[in-house]
Design a protein around this ligand. Structure first.
Ligand code: NDP
Length: 260
């Protein structure tokens, strides 16, 4: 299926690692022009080298800093010809904590991250999306939005709020901009690689650690997802192939959700 990305302009926040990097790679392979951002200069440089495309713009930008996001949007406007076809709000990370050990400051930080990593890029890029023929926003969210976990209490609550926000925006921005999200289970990316590196039993091999994790989480497909797997779902939802889909969420979880 031709997803129709040739010549289109896409932004992927947090495009220097994991799912964002895989999404940027697939978009470039489909012929899109892609702008990525991240906070760490070294990771940006490594991602640019790996992606190695003249259709890539890589810029340092913390999505929680309104001035930096505005500067990123300005750079994309100049580089991309003044319009934007796809915004993928992917930047972020989860927080492992229970109600008992989450401080007020932790709550505020997590709610800030989850909401403003959506709000600031959407506000800054909306004028460019408004100028595209068939624009779309895809939010990278988590199954925790529907299936909260007590050991990730504030991330789960914030994720549910983000789903609500996306549903509201799908209506407010209709019929011009489609707004959808993907709901992830466990995907083998930067954050899991960091947790593997910090594993309690350092004698466990990578295979043993990941297989025990998939078993513990009761993932029907018996493994973690690879970053390219959610990336393919993002490309579909963001493309004209999904032209009648808005306000929807697509689970990419290896079947781990328990609801129907
Ligand atoms: P990675 O850690 O591999 O990648 C995260 C990316 O986001 C990096 O490029 C990072 O770059 C960037 N980033 C983080 N914070 C900011 C910020 N404030 N401003 C700009 N860029 C930022 O993680 P994943 O690929 O796993 O995560 C992608 C998204 O998927 C995240 O939102 C995550 O919460 C979500 N998710 C992932 C799951 C999983 O199992 N992997 C499960 C559920 C949700 P830098 O640090 O240099 O800024």
């Amino acid at each position: 299926m031709d997803l129709g990305y040739a010549g289109r302009v896409a932004v992927v926040t947090g495009g220097t690692s994991g799912i964002g990097l895989a999404t940027a790679k697939l978009l470039l392979a489909e012929g899109a022009r892609v702008a990525i951002c991240g906070r760490d200069a070294g990771r940006l440089e490594a991602a640019s080298a790996l992606l190695g495309s003249e259709r890539l713009l890589a810029m340092r930008c913390d999505v929680l800093d309104a001035a930096q996001v505005a500067a990123f949007a300005q750079a994309v406007a100049e580089w991309g010809g003044g319009s934007l076809d796809l915004l993928v709000n992917n930047a972020g990370q989860g927080r492992v904590s229970t109600f008992g050990n989450t401080s007020d400051a932790d709550w505020r930080q997590e709610l800030d991250l989850k909401f403003f990593s959506q709000i600031l890029p959407i506000r800054a890029f909306k004028p460019l999306l408004d100028k595209a023929a068939a624009p779309a926003i895809v939010a990278v969210n988590s199954l925790l939005a529907l299936q909260p976990e007590p050991h990730m209490v504030c991330t789960s609550a914030a994720r549910a709020g983000v789903q609500s926000l996306m549903k509201s925006l799908a209506t407010e921005f209709a019929p011009r901009i489609r707004v959808n999200s993907i709901l992830l289970g466990l995907v083998d990316s930067g954050q899991w690689q960091r947790r593997f590196a910090a594993r309690a039993d350092q004698s466990q091999t990578r295979e043993q650690w990941y297989s025990a994790l998939a078993n513990e989480k009761k993932i029907p497909l018996a493994r973690l997802g690879e970053p390219e797997e959610p990336a393919r779902a993002i490309l579909f939802l963001g493309s004209p192939a999904a032209s009648y889909i808005t306000g929807a969420s697509l689970e990419v979880s290896g079947g781990v959700s328990r609801h129907i």
